[in-house]
Design a protein. Structure first.
Length: 123
């Protein structure tokens, strides 16, 4: 499970790096999830990451923090399908309307978060 968590953590970092380098490209990637299938796929990714983090936490550098984050990520994965496509579209439009600096800032957070998760998972 730690390997799955590590791969998904690095995936989060790569997506964040993409957004820092090219906010418009990140928005194009995220807009591909604006379908029922995409919403369920995003929910599944969150659930897999959350479960993987939960089981990898005991052997990590920050077991308590990873376990807490895993519960939050699992909860986010469970609520994602109920968020709805229309709300997702409105949120994405609002997010992109704030400009590339705003997108870069959030992407920078995702980049740092993904790298921190990877660091925490390596014993």
């Amino acid at each position: 499970m730690a390997f799955v968590a590590l791969i998904l953590s690095l995936f989060v970092a790569v997506i964040g790096a993409l957004g820092v380098a090219s906010p418009a490209r990140l928005l194009r990637v995220v807009r591909r999830f604006q379908t029922p299938r995409g919403l369920y796929f995003a929910a599944a990714l969150r659930l897999v990451l959350g479960v993987a983090l939960f089981f990898a936490a005991p052997t990590s550098r920050a077991p308590e923090i990873l376990r807490l984050l895993s519960v939050i990520i699992i909860a986010a994965g469970l609520v994602t399908p109920f968020f709805g496509l229309e709300r997702f579209r409105r949120l994405l439009d609002w997010w992109s309307a704030r400009g590339p600096g705003f997108v870069r800032a959030w992407a920078g957070f995702a980049f740092a978060f993904g790298l921190w998760l990877a660091y925490a998972l390596i014993p």
